[in-house]
Write a protein that binds this ligand. Structure first.
Ligand SMILES: [Zn+2]
Length: 274
């Protein structure tokens, strides 16, 4: 504990006593306590990647490696559009895979406030893991030029988020109809996900290059949603519109220096794993 506190205090001195706004760690209780003691005004959140990596070992051998289950929980964690939708999907996942009595999942759900809201910040903080983004290219899933364009500018993590939205847009969403009012074309989009159906409205203006969707995923995640991407690709856009590229998700931004405490975290999951 003392060595962790010493490290955090050294960081504070180096940063002229400016506390970080948010600190993301795994569930190591020593780190958690040191953050509370030293970074008094910082928000502490848990690392969703560590939680997801631990998942296969915590659900039993029947589900470990079950693609349907992995897809289901990933969809619940990464694709939910609102807290209500997340909670609904989580409940359905527990029921479908008979996991209501799984203590680890129950505890992970109880502390969801500590990790659900950290996902966006975390995308920005994955600097260490993003080094490969600067020199390598990921595999394309779809044959749209816009996917190639985004692959060239976004880091791997953010490209994956984009690619998933593009895939959902082209596979599970359909334009039901459009209306045009003074250049604003409104697309009514039917979104099928498992047994659910939702209707979203995308307003796209070709002249002003403005686009908005009623799901507001872009407002929170800053990656165009599946519905906007369906509209972009339906309009044969070869590149993502400049105003929908957020600089901090790009490879250029990933070159900027970041501060991290990964090297002292170790692999401590004990707090929620037992
Ligand atoms: Zn949308």
């Amino acid at each position: 504990m003392e060595s962790v506190q010493w490290l955090f205090n050294s960081f504070l001195i180096a940063m002229a006593n400016h506390m970080p706004k948010i600190v993301i760690t795994n569930q190591n209780p020593t780190i958690r306590q040191a953050i509370a003691d030293v970074f008094e005004t910082s928000i502490h959140r848990l690392c969703i990647w560590h939680i997801m990596r631990k998942l296969p070992n915590m659900v039993g051998c029947m589900l470990n490696g079950c693609e349907d289950f992995i897809e289901c929980i990933k969809g619940c964690v990464w694709a939910s559009n609102s807290p209500d939708e997340f909670e609904e999907s989580w409940g359905e996942m527990l029921e479908e895979f008979d996991l209501a009595d799984n203590e680890w999942l129950c505890h992970t759900y109880e502390i969801r406030e500590l990790w659900v809201h950290a996902m966006k910040s975390q995308r920005h903080c994955e600097h260490k893991a993003e080094n490969a983004s600067l020199t390598s290219l990921l595999k394309l899933k779809m044959s749209y030029e816009i996917e190639k364009h985004v692959r060239n500018i976004y880091t791997h993590t953010n490209f994956y988020v984009f690619q998933r939205q593009l895939y959902i847009g082209r596979m599970y969403c359909h334009v039901q109809g459009t209306t045009n009012v003074e250049g604003d074309r409104t697309y009514q989009i039917k979104h099928n996900y498992e047994s659910k159906t939702r209707i979203h409205y995308v307003v796209y203006n070709e002249c002003t290059s403005e686009c908005q969707c009623s799901c507001h995923i872009f407002d929170s995640d800053e990656i165009p949603c599946a519905h906007m991407l369906l509209v972009f690709t339906s309009n044969s856009l070869r590149e993502i519109l400049a105003s929908y590229i957020i600089n901090r998700w790009t490879k250029i931004a990933a070159k900027a220096p970041m501060y991290e405490f990964d090297n002292i975290m170790g692999d401590a999951y004990g707090e929620i794993a037992t």
